[in-house]
Design a protein around this ligand. Structure first.
Ligand code: DNO
Length: 391
């Protein structure tokens, strides 16, 4: 596997040098400064690539070229945005950056309710707590029809929870849920999110899926022509939020998507933490089934609770069988002969960084450094065993 690291561009407080020191050889980044929907020029991509190369690193994966909501709803200027997207894919291919991650999550990108969930060892993790989410959806946002989406017991718990929150805690909960997380798309106010939700709810699951497939039919031939591999990131979390449709949450969703446009340019991002937030997604079975279409991997673990809540645990200690997953990924590499870029996805906030003000939630240096080192150990051990060399 290729060890990569997500870098948020020249303004990231974690420098390319620090990333090289962490032992990664690949960079995962985006032109975050380009507004969603605009064309990425080949000049801009090449310039960023040269910056990365001059630090001895490669630009392994673009994460992400975000999709304008008009593409997802197939309304407004969607055709223009699709044309722009094709141009960006072509330009990435010309610049020699050949793997593009994207997602088709409606309205909100990845979502958590608590960005400072204290663990027993006094480090901090990201958490999605269903009760808090319901409290926000039903009682703060007051989304129309939200009360029909949850059980009475859950709503009662949520109300109890809300009544104990201070005004600051409520503000923070709202900010965590709708203001957008690092690398995510879309930042909303209470009014604007309601409007966006309405637009998507009318589409329904099959409507949204259809829009995704139509988008893929349009762009995949361009990717194929320019030797670019597209890899869709799953929904995070992989279940309905705000009553919105979800189309990349399960093994069956992934199967349908690959079958809809059967081209090697149409692939997947195996985000272990996202797919793995559902107990019914068997990650090893998914890797075995989609072995030749997984072009990018996020290695992250979670501890799940019965009501859908989860928190991000240590990379090797959680409900996902990380060692089994890595073994399956190495098998996939053995079959295809291609190395898969992986990144330690998120890490805990720990040690000196707890005091720092500028650490992006989930994207601490030390937490990811620890995660990467642990994962590297597993990969190294398997690789040695498979070669038949002593450990
Ligand atoms: C969270 C990430 C997301 C993801 C994008 C993919 O940490 O996994 O930001 O990169 O949604 O398009």
């Amino acid at each position: 596997m290729i060890e990569t690291w997500r870098w948020f561009g020249p303004s990231d407080s974690i420098s390319l040098e620090m990333i090289a020191q962490a032992g990664a050889s690949g960079i995962v980044t985006s032109l975050h400064e380009v507004p969603t929907g605009d064309v990425w020029t080949s000049e801009a991509i090449i310039e960023r690539k040269q910056l990365i190369n001059s630090n001895g690193l490669d630009w392994s994966v673009i994460e992400s070229i975000p999709l304008h909501n008009d593409i997802k709803t197939r309304s407004g200027n969607f055709q223009q945005y699709i044309d722009n997207y094709k141009e960006s894919i072509k330009n990435a291919g010309i610049a020699g950056v050949d793997t593009i991650c994207y997602n088709f999550m409606p309205v909100v990108d990845w979502t958590r309710t608590n960005l400072n969930y204290k663990l027993a060892n006094n480090s901090f993790a990201l958490r999605f707590e269903m009760t808090d989410f319901v409290a926000y959806d039903v009682f703060m946002l007051k989304r129309e029809g939200a009360e029909n989406d949850y059980s009475d017991a859950l709503k009662e718990k949520a109300l109890g929870r809300l009544n104990k929150m201070s005004a600051e805690e409520k503000d923070l909960l709202e900010k965590n849920i709708i203001a957008g997380l690092p690398g995510g798309e879309g930042s909303y106010s209470r009014d604007s999110i309601k409007e966006a939700i309405d637009q998507f709810i009318q589409l329904g699951t099959e409507g949204l899926r259809q829009n995704l497939f139509l988008f893929l039919q349009d762009i995949i031939p361009v990717a194929e022509a320019h030797n670019v591999k597209m890899c869709i990131h799953p929904d995070d979390p992989p279940f309905q939020l705000f009553g919105l449709p979800r189309v990349v949450s399960t093994q069956e969703d992934a199967r349908k998507l690959l079958a809809a446009v059967p081209s090697p340019a149409n692939g997947l991002t195996m985000c272990a933490g996202s797919y793995g937030a559902r107990g019914d997604n068997n990650l090893v079975a998914m890797v075995n089934e989609f072995s030749d279409r997984i072009y990018f991997v996020h290695l992250r673990n979670v501890i799940r609770e019965d009501d859908g809540s989860f928190y991000e645990s240590d990379h090797l200690k959680g409900d996902n069988d990380m060692v089994g997953l890595i073994s399956a990924l190495l098998d996939a590499e053995g079959k295809t002969g291609a190395k898969i870029p992986m990144r330690p996805d998120h890490g805990h906030l720990m040690a000196d960084e707890i005091k720092a003000q500028n650490v992006k939630p989930g994207y601490s240096y030390m937490g990811r450094l620890k995660g990467l080192a642990e994962l590297r150990g597993v990969i190294h051990a398997f690789t040695q065993i498979r070669r038949g060399s002593p450990l």
